[in-house]
Write a protein that binds this ligand. Sequence first.
Ligand SMILES: [Mn+2]
Length: 488
Amino acid sequence: MILIIGYGSFGRKVVNYAKTLDRVRVVDKNPTVFESVEKLDFEYIVGDACKKETLLKAGVKEADTVIILTNDPTANKKIVELIKELNPTAYLIARGIPKYPDLYSGTQVNKVIYPVDCAAREIVSEIEKSKLRKRLMDLEKVIMDIKSKHGITIDADNLKEGVNNENSISFLILMHNNPDPDSIASAMALKRILERWRVRADIGYGGRIEFDENKAMINLLGIKLIPIEDIDINKYSGIAVVDTSSSKLLPVNLDREIDILIDHHENGDLTAKYMDIRPEIGATATIMLEYLNELGIIPKQDLATALYYAICSDTNYFRRKTSKKDFEAAGYLQDLMDPKILEMIENPEMDTETMEILARSVLNRKVVRSSIALSYVGTVKNRGALAKAADFLLKMEGITTTFVFGISGSKIHISARTKDLRIDVGEIMRRAFGGGGHQKAAAASIDLGIFESVSDKDSLRRLVEEAIQTKILEAMGISEEEEKVKSS
Ligand SMILES: [Mn+2]
């Protein structure tokens, strides 16, 4: 039971909220304050709370929480003392009175509340929200401007609501090359938002959809992505870019202004009519969810699953640059997404080629210093399999660093992994092949060059294997003698 003392204008508000939480009992010495209570959905006692008998009548001994809200300092202090005497275990909240900052010192009040501070905090949170509202107003304006440029008046547009509107404008949403889950989910969300303003949108991509997880995400969620080669940019009235703000990562050289740019990466060179770039956020999907929420759009299961997976994968399951907003977004999406589909995306079925490459990487491994495995797997169609094989070899007993390489097209691709903190595979890939990555995971590719003319498979294998191994070991500072690697 919640016992509230004081039914003035402030007390009234508190009672209104409190009665949704628990049974509420109210005490006030002025009987007229209760006259306006229409429906008696709480009990009240008329009496002076500075008197023991009033408090006992109000059942103070059964109260879990007591809230003292009068603005009389002497009364408040007296009531606090009486309550602590009658019910020492009740949680006691008392209204602070700014003129008497020491009013409750020496008493056992659990929490002092200053109504003015609460109001100020509420206003600050409104200011916070207004930032987002302003952003969406700016975004809408960019779209409306394009519409009016195309002679679509807002009224005429409204009349056509719900119709597949041939006359409305269309947007092209671009993602960075080799799109990842965050860029795909963000593009889906923006497409959904544009629909709200009756704008059609296509999602275009460049590069490759590299990982099985990403392929599974696109297939299982039925996402339509159009290869950039099949797109005529000029046919779109607007261009949007999500999850990148760097021109180098775009699939095309744009010779027109970008209309919408939403991203969470630092130091991009792109600009747009509408820009929202927030490097402190872990995933663009989190920003997109904020937009959806603000517009009152509840994402359907497929979009929710995509956004959830995007946040997980961009933050490496909340282990890398994760803001409070990312956690909140994931928490919200958890109830809307489809856990079965997510499970299938996270553990896609392995194709036969990948399986074969894993097997080859185990069979062909050469082990140096009993912890470094190097493995040549021959020709591969899907480069992503090399990374999988490098991860896979790392699971072998005693192995802490792996290099898996193979030929794809006219290039040799190398994937490296380590769990040894003293080894920086990113640095090794840079030194040996001008590749890149970080301490734990890295990759490189080099031209086959003269090897391309070797037609005999066996000779090619020997040549490539030896050349790459030598380069790696050199970059690791492992001596000639040790290079007599032993097969194990
Ligand atoms: Mn991202």
